[in-house]
Design a protein around this ligand. Structure first.
Ligand code: 5GP
Ligand code: ZN
Length: 116
């Protein structure tokens, strides 16, 4: 499923350019256009799922693969020793601005907590 108005669907369709670090059958990973850390990647499903609120048990494998891909990318980008953060923003209070499920992988500097 895709949403023609959705920027991440457009990226998945190759209609909007992106710097990919992974292109799999189900998942893509790309560099965030406004990085908040030296490494800031986004893991997104090719299929349009608006947010974690819309996920159900049918998305179990997809959600698991998103986390495992993030862990693999963290290793590849040299983040495994010092650590990193994985974030899924959901809805308005969660700070979600792109309404296509995505997981942020952030690392390469000490990240404050709690976030603002
Ligand atoms: P959210 O706030 O929804 O959790 O995160 C959306 C993220 O997508 C933001 O960090 C933003 O910088 C990033 N983003 C928005 N539009 C684009 C785009 O066209 N390309 C890329 N690579 N990242 C984008
Ligand atoms: Zn989408």
């Amino acid at each position: 499923m895709t949403d023609p108005a959705c920027i991440f669907c457009k990226i998945a369709a190759g209609e909007v350019p992106a710097t990919f670090v992974h292109e799999g059958e189900q998942l893509l990973a790309l560099r965030d256009v406004r990085p908040q850390a030296p490494v800031h990647l986004l893991v997104i499903p090719r299929a349009h799922v608006a947010s974690l609120c819309e996920a159900d048990r049918d998305h179990r494998d997809l959600l698991g693969e998103m986390l495992l891909l993030a862990a693999g990318l963290a290793r590849e980008h040299g983040l495994a020793t010092r650590g990193y953060r994985t974030v899924i923003n959901t809805g308005n209070d969660g700070g979600q601005t792109v309404h296509h499920l995505h997981l942020h992988l952030l690392g390469g500097r000490a990240l404050g907590w709690p976030p603002g």
